[in-house]
Design a protein around this ligand. Structure first.
Ligand code: N01
Length: 880
C-alpha cells in the first residue's frame, strides 16, 4: 500500500483516509494519521470542531464523567497544561478544550468544515471509496472512517403536530449557537433524559413558567459538582500515565473500586450505608459498581431503586409530584441514569409544573401550545429534549454502499452487525469509531475512542508494512461477535428496558442491544487478542495475495469466562493435586460462597436406607399445595466430593421450577467407598423414595431422577438397575453433563480437557478414586456400555459445549434414542461443566435450567409405563 501524496488534506480530492467528523474521535484520528504519514481529510458538517460538544449547547450541558477522566491521554503536555475549572466541565469549556487541541496540533488544515457526507461507495476495481458531500463533490480514499459519534442524530420529533407550533421550537441536540434567553417566557420541555435533567433547572431559573412533559421518570442524583476534587487531582498529577493505564483496565474506563460482594451478602444497614456513600459521591458509575450483581439480579437492583426512590420522595415536597417523578417501570441502569444539579428540587418551585404523559398523553402540539388528553397549555417556546437515533443513526444517515453495491442501511435493517464494533462484513476498508457492538456509550467515551483510534491506526500500519490493500471481517467472525454481544447483554437486566440502548426510543427501529456490555478492559483484551492471533476473523488482500484468518475470538459464554478468570485470579488449586480431605475442604468452602438459590416451602434433613446402611438426605418441598411428584437428586463431585449442601441452590431451584419435592441423596463417596457403592446407593435411594413417597408427602408413582456430573452417572445407572429389577417405575431422567463412560479419549476431552473448570486430569483423579480400571467398563460405572438401553425412562441429557464430558453425554442421548427411548439432548452453547447448576451465577444457563426443570415437571405429570415395558425386554436384564 503506497501512501497517497497530499500536502493539504483539507483540499485534496484523493487521500489515504477520509474521516467523517471532527469531534473527540476525529481529531485524535487525524493526529495519528498525520503522525504516521497517511494523508487524510476530515469532513465535518459543523463549522468548527467539537462533534457532540459543538451541537449540544443547551443550557446546563456538561459532561457527567469527571473531566479528568473525560479527556485525552495521548498528549502528555496537554494533560499537564490544561486545568479543568470544574469537576464536571460545562459544554463551553469542553468545546474550548477541543478547539485548543485542534489549534495546538494544527489539525484544522486537514478538516473541511460545513461539509456533510451524503454517500460513500466502494469501487472494488480501484479499491477506493468515493465519498460524496453535500457540496456535490467527491473525495476518493483507501480507507473510510466514520467518527460520527453515538448520539449525534437527534430523533425526529415523534410528537404529533410539532410542525404546527408558531412559537419557538428548540432541540437540545441542535441548540442555537447564539443561545436562547427564556426570560419572561412560558416554556415547555418535553423529555426527562440526561438532556432534560440538565437543562430543566437552568431553564426554570429564566422562564416565567416552565412545564415539563415527562413520559418516563429517570433515576438521577446530585452530581455534587464543584472544583476538581483535590485528592483525585493529586492522584492524577502524581502519575498521569499510571492513572490512565489503570482506567483502561476497568469496566467503564474510569478507575472505580471493583466490587467483590453481592448485594445480599451484607446486612440491610450495611447495604444502605454503601448506597448513601455512593449517593453522596456524585459519581455516575458507583451505584452500578456497588455490588457485583446490581446489573444482573432483580432483587439486588431493586434495592438500589428503592434507595433512590426514597431520596426523590425526600427532595420533592408535593407527594403527587414526587410519585410522578419516581421511576417504577425499569431497573436502575437499564436506561441511562443521570446526575444533576437541583433537578428534583426544581419541581418545588411555584412556576414549575410536571405533566405525566402516562396519565395524560400529548394529543397534539397546537399553534399556541400543547394539548394533552386532559388539558390545553399555551407556550412561547417548546424545548424538545427527546433524544437521539443512537449508535446507528449517523452511520446509516449516509448512503453507504459496499461490495457489489450492498447497502449498509439494508444490511442493518434488522439491527447493526459488526465485528468488534469497528468493521462490518461486505464493507472493505470501512471503519466505525465506537460503533455498535463496542463498549462506547457504556463507558467513558474518551477511553473507548482512543482505544478504537489506536486499533485502527495499528491496523493501517500493519497493512502498509505487509503490503496489504484491503481488509474486511469474515462472516463467521461477525456472526460470532454479534452473538457474543447479545450473550453479554442477555445475562444483564438491560435488555428488559425500553431504552435507546435497545433502539426502543425510535419508532420502527429494531429492538437490538446496541453497545457491548462486557466492559472496556475485556473488550480491549479481545481486540488485542484478535491482533495477537494474526488478525483473527479478518481477510486481507493486497500485493502479497489474499490472507484470510477466519475464526471466532470468543465462543465462551461471558459468565463462564468470568468464572474461569476468577478461578485463576484467586489462584484456585488444581484439585487433583490435593489430598482428598483438602479437596473436600476446598469444595465445601467454594460451595459456601454460592448465592443461596430461591426460597422453598420446607427444607429438612433425614435418613434413608442406602445399599449398605443409612444415608443422609435433604428434602426440599415447594410452597405450593401438593400433592407433588418427587425428584431423586444426585449431586456432582466425581464420586469423591460434594454433598446436599454443595448442590443446595440447584435443588432449591429444581424444587421451585419443577414444582416438585426434591430429595437430594448423600450417597457414599470414594475412596472410602469405592465402586459400586455410589451406584448401589443411588438405586437403593430411588427404591426407598418410591416406597416412602406417601411418608415424604409426595404423590405415589410420580418419581423422576436427576443428577449432575457424577450424580448424573449414578442417576443413569439407577434407572438401568430399576429397569432390570422391574421397578420402581421412574417417569423420567434428567442427566446434567453426566459421566456416562470411562473413555477419556473422546474429542471433547482433547478440546476441553484443560482450562474449562473440569479437566482431564481431574476426571482421571476421580476415576482413580472411584473404580479400578477393570470395573470401569461395567455398565454400573459406564452406563453407555449397557448391552441395551431399551425400556429406560424418557430422558433429557444436558451437555455443555466446553465440557470434556460433552461427547459422552451426547453419545448417551443418541444411544438412548436408538434404543427407542424418548431421549433428547440439549447442548448449552458456550457453557462449561458447571454452568447449569450455577443458579444465580451462571446466568447464561437460565434458559437451559428452566428447560430441564420443565422437563422434570412434564415427566412428573406423565404416567410411568417404563418399568413394565422393561420387564418384557430380555436384553435389558443383562447387567441386573
Ligand atoms: O435523550 P434520552 P437525551 N413524547 O433518549 C422522552 C447522553 N447525554 O438527549 O424515556 C414524550 O435519554 C423520553 O421518554 P422515554 C447520555 O448518554 C449525556 O436526554 O422514551 N417524551 C426521555 O425522557 C444520554 O442518555 C449527557 O419514555 C418523549 C427523553 O425524551 C443520551 O445522551 C447529557 C418522546 C429522551 O431522553 C441521550 O440523552 C445529555 C415523545 N414522543 C445527553 N420521545 C451528559 O451529561 C422521547 N421522549 C454527558
Amino acid at each position: 500500500m503506497d501512501a497517497i501524496k497530499s500536502d493539504s488534506g483539507g483540499a485534496a480530492r484523493e487521500v489515504d483516509v477520509v474521516v467523517v467528523g471532527a469531534g473527540f474521535a476525529g481529531l485524535y484520528l487525524l493526529h495519528e494519521l498525520r503522525r504516521l504519514g497517511f494523508s487524510s481529510v476530515a469532513l465535518e458538517a459543523a463549522d468548527d470542531v467539537g462533534g457532540t460538544w459543538y451541537w449540544n449547547r443547551y443550557p446546563g450541558a456538561r459532561c457527567d464523567i469527571e473531566s479528568i477522566d473525560y479527556s485525552y491521554s495521548w498528549d502528555p503536555d496537554l494533560q499537564r497544561e490544561w486545568q479543568w475549572s470544574e469537576r464536571y466541565a460545562t459544554q463551553p469549556e469542553i468545546l474550548r478544550y477541543l478547539g485548543h487541541v485542534a489549534d495546538k496540533h494544527d489539525l484544522r488544515r486537514d478538516i473541511r468544515f460545513s461539509t456533510r457526507v451524503t454517500g460513500a461507495r466502494w469501487d472494488a476495481a480501484a479499491q477506493r471509496w468515493s465519498v460524496r458531500t453535500d457540496h456535490g463533490d467527491e473525495v476518493r480514499c483507501r480507507f473510510y472512517v466514520m467518527a460520527t459519534g453515538c448520539l449525534s442524530v437527534p430523533k425526529t420529533p415523534d410528537v404529533p403536530g410539532h410542525e404546527r407550533f408558531r412559537g419557538a421550537s428548540y432541540y437540545t441536540g441542535r441548540w442555537p449557537k447564539e443561545g436562547v434567553d427564556f426570560t419572561g417566557k412560558r416554556v415547555a420541555v418535553i423529555g426527562t433524559g440526561s438532556s432534560g435533567v440538565q437543562s430543566i433547572p437552568i431553564i426554570a431559573q429564566q422562564a416565567k413558567e416552565l412545564t415539563v412533559f415527562q413520559r418516563t421518570p429517570n433515576y438521577s442524583r446530585p452530581a455534587k459538582n464543584g472544583p476538581v476534587p483535590k485528592a483525585k487531582k493529586a492522584l492524577f498529577d502524581a502519575d498521569p500515565a499510571g492513572y490512565r493505564a489503570a482506567a483502561r483496565l476497568t469496566g467503564a474506563g474510569v478507575p472505580v473500586e471493583k466490587p467483590e460482594l453481592r448485594a445480599f451478602q451484607v446486612s440491610e444497614a450495611e447495604r444502605r450505608a454503601r448506597y448513601e456513600e455512593a449517593y453522596q459521591s456524585g459519581d455516575l458509575l458507583v451505584f452500578g459498581a456497588a455490588y457485583t450483581d446490581i446489573l444482573f439480579n432483580d432483587a439486588a437492583n431493586e434495592s438500589v431503586c428503592e434507595f433512590l426512590r426514597d431520596k426523590i420522595r425526600a427532595l420533592v415536597k408535593d407527594p403527587d409530584t414526587a410519585e410522578m417523578l419516581t421511576p417504577r417501570d425499569h431497573f436502575y441502569g437499564t436506561k441511562r441514569p443521570c446526575i444533576d444539579t437541583n433537578y428534583f428540587e426544581t419541581f418545588n418551585l411555584p412556576h414549575v409544573r410536571l405533566v405525566d404523559l402516562r396519565r395524560e398523553p400529548i394529543r397534539t402540539v397546537t399553534e399556541t401550545g400543547i394539548d394533552t388528553s386532559a388539558r390545553s397549555f399555551e407556550f412561547d417556546a417548546i424545548v424538545y429534549a427527546t433524544g437521539f437515533d443512537a449508535m446507528t443513526g449517523a452511520i446509516v444517515a449516509v448512503d453507504v454502499a459496499g461490495r457489489d453495491g450492498l447497502s449498509l442501511k439494508q444490511k442493518w435493517d434488522h439491527g447493526p452487525r459488526t465485528y468488534l464494533g469497528v468493521m462490518t462484513t461486505g464493507f472493505p476498508n470501512f471503519f466505525t469509531m465506537t460503533g455498535p457492538g463496542s463498549p462506547s456509550v457504556l463507558s467513558n467515551m474518551a477511553v473507548s475512542i482512543e482505544q478504537h483510534v489506536d486499533w485502527v491506526r495499528d491496523c493501517l500500519v500493519h497493512m502498509r508494512a505487509e503490503h496489504l490493500d484491503v481488509v474486511e471481517p469474515t462472516p463467521t467472525a461477525e456472526d460470532a461477535w454479534v452473538q457474543h454481544v447479545n450473550d453479554c447483554a442477555d445475562i444483564t437486566l438491560l435488555p428488559r428496558a425500553n431504552s435507546w440502548y435497545m433502539g426502543a426510543n425510535v419508532p420502527g427501529k429494531p429492538r437490538v442491544f446496541l453497545p457491548y456490555i462486557g466492559g472496556v478492559e475485556r473488550y480491549r483484551k479481545i481486540c488485542d487478542d484478535v491482533v495477537a492471533r494474526g488478525y483473527l476473523g479478518f481477510a486481507f488482500a493486497g500485493g502479497s495475495g489474499r490472507r484470510c484468518n477466519d475464526g471466532v475470538v470468543r465462543r465462551l459464554q461471558p459468565d463462564a469466562e468470568i468464572f474461569l478468570e476468577m478461578l485463576t485470579e484467586l489462584g484456585a488449586p488444581r484439585i487433583e493435586t490435593l489430598s482428598v480431605a483438602d479437596a473436600r475442604a476446598f469444595a465445601a468452602a467454594s460451595g459456601a460462597a454460592q448465592p443461596p438459590g430461591p426460597a422453598v416451602g420446607e427444607v429438612r434433613d433425614g435418613q434413608l436406607a442406602g445399599a449398605a446402611g443409612p444415608l443422609a438426605y435433604r428434602l426440599y418441598r415447594p410452597a405450593t399445595p401438593g400433592p407433588h411428584g418427587v425428584v431423586a437428586y444426585f449431586h456432582g463431585g466425581g464420586w469423591v466430593l460434594g454433598d446436599p449442601q454443595s448442590d443446595d441452590p440447584f435443588c432449591r431451584y429444581l424444587c421451585v421450577k419443577a414444582d416438585a419435592i426434591v430429595v437430594s441423596v448423600n450417597y457414599r463417596h470414594a475412596p472410602e467407598a469405592r465402586f459400586p457403592a455410589a451406584a448401589d446407593d443411588a438405586f437403593a435411594a430411588v427404591r426407598w423414595i418410591a416406597d416412602h413417597a406417601a411418608e415424604l408427602g409426595a404423590a405415589p408413582g410420580r418419581l423422576a431422577v436427576c443428577g449432575w456430573s457424577a450424580g448424573g452417572n449414578v442417576a443413569a445407572v439407577a434407572c438401568q438397575l430399576a429397569r432390570d429389577a422391574g421397578g420402581p417405575p421412574i417417569a423420567g431422567q434428567v442427566l446434567v453433563t453426566p459421566v456416562t463412560d470411562c473413555d477419556l479419549s473422546r474429542p471433547s476431552y482433547a478440546q476441553n480437557g484443560e482450562g474449562y473448570f473440569l479437566t482431564t486430569d481431574l476426571m482421571r483423579w476421580f476415576w482413580d478414586h472411584y473404580a479400578d480400571p477393570a470395573d470401569r467398563t461395567s455398565p454400573k460405572a459406564s452406563p453407555l456400555r449397557a448391552p441395551s438401553l431399551a425400556g429406560l425412562p424418557p430422558a433429557l441429557v444436558v451437555t455443555c459445549e466446553f465440557d470434556p464430558l460433552r461427547d459422552e453425554g451426547s453419545a448417551y442421548a443418541v444411544a438412548l434414542a436408538k434404543a427407542g427411548v424418548a431421549a433428547r439432548e440439549r447442548q448449552g452453547r458456550g457453557m462449561i461443566h458447571n454452568s447449569v447448576p450455577g443458579v444465580d451465577v451462571m446466568l447464561s444457563a437460565v434458559g437451559l435450567r428452566a428447560e430441564l426443570a420443565s422437563a422434570l415437571r412434564a415427566f412428573l405429570g406423565a404416567a410411568t409405563p417404563h418399568a413394565t415395558a422393561a420387564r418384557r425386554d430380555p436384553a435389558s436384564a443383562a447387567h441386573a
